[in-house]
Design a protein around this ligand. Structure first.
Ligand code: Q46
Ligand code: ZN
Ligand code: ZN
Length: 311
């Protein structure tokens, strides 16, 4: 297969676009497309201060690299979860993130959950009924709270994450299987801050396939952590990704079509407003982020509980 632009040997064939590209043209195409998505969904502008949520994986580091190449003002935020899993997962992901930032002279903010809140994510999860078997819900809740807090406190205009099309299509699939109206309503390439405690969020890679991001990271020589978090084993999202990959193998472009036609349907008003009206939300007395019940949000309740236990 030849590159469509220069007829040299293609390094990637993107069947959904019927497009093959050589290394140089592929590495040019990705930032061009990203810029197109940033503008199309009005994610941010060159004046904005951007905070990139960095995990040390290929997607978040590729995203930071692309934004840097596009000359956006983008700092990184790494959250140390304290997950070891026998392989030192968190240590290795921190090392990849720090090395990436150092080589490019970029600013990386590091928040270590144990240092800041007294317990690692697996330890916090042990203190809740639903987190005992799997720490993912506690982990997700904690990451969201910390990302918002850092972005707001340090004056960032937007928080960006490296979710790719495979991630978005798998979430969409799960939400559709269960017809979760509120979640479907909120799933979007850009999410406005609809509460004073929140920061606006954007996903500039949401239209790239995972394999395109892997190819980009590899061809750019980005050193990232290959291993997935040990707690992701058996996650529903992985099962949904496998199902969608089977569909994609038979019908190239099916995943992209699923996601884009969802966005279109939403624009056409298919989904009802969120189940929880934002005016019903209160502000957490501790961190200021939205909460539906009580004075403290779920995250602050969790870490308060932890302080109480460790005192
Ligand atoms: S990091 Fe955290 Fe994921 Fe690991 S514990 Fe679960 S949620 S799987 S993105
Ligand atoms: Zn070429
Ligand atoms: Zn709170």
């Amino acid at each position: 297969m030849k590159c469509r632009k220069c007829s040299q040997k293609a390094v990637i064939n993107m069947r959904q676009h019927k497009l093959g590209l050589c290394k140089d043209h592929f590495l040019e195409w990705i930032p061009q497309q990203t810029q197109r998505f940033i503008e199309k969904y009005r994610m941010f502008t060159p004046e904005d201060n951007i905070l990139v949520a960095v995990s040390g994986g290929k997607d978040s580091l590729a995203l930071w690299d692309i934004l840097h190449r596009l000359e956006y003002k983008a700092d990184g935020l790494y959250i140390g979860l304290g997950i070891d899993g026998g392989s030192g997962y968190s240590d290795e992901s921190l090392r990849c993130s720090q090395q990436f930032a150092e080589v490019r002279g970029l600013k990386l903010i590091v928040v270590d959950v144990k240092e800041r809140y007294g317990s690692t994510i697996p330890e916090l999860a042990q203190k809740t009924a639903r987190g005992r078997d799997k720490p993912c819900s506690v982990c997700g809740l904690s990451k969201r709270n910390i990302m918002n807090r850092v972005a707001r406190q340090q004056g960032y205009d937007v928080l960006v994450t490296g979710h790719n099309l495979d991630d978005e299509a798998a979430v969409l699939f799960g939400n559709t299987l269960n017809w979760l109206g509120g979640y479907l309503q909120r799933q979007s390439p850009v999410l406005e801050a609809d509460h004073s405690g929140l920061v606006r969020k954007a996903k500039p890679l949401c239209r790239f396939y995972e394999r395109e991001m892997a190819a980009y990271a590899l061809l750019r020589g980005i050193e990232y952590i290959y291993e997935e978090c040990p707690h992701s084993v058996g996650a529903k999202s992985i099962y949904y990704k496998e199902l969608l990959n089977r569909l994609e193998a038979d019908r190239p472009g099916a995943k992209l079509h699923f996601y884009l036609s969802f966005l279109q349907a939403k624009e056409n008003g298919l989904f009802a407003p969120p189940e929880i009206e934002t005016q019903d939300l209160k502000s957490c007395v501790s961190c200021g982020q939205p909460t539906t019940a009580g004075e403290l949000c779920s995250f602050c309740r969790l870490v308060e509980l932890d302080y109480a236990v460790s005192r």
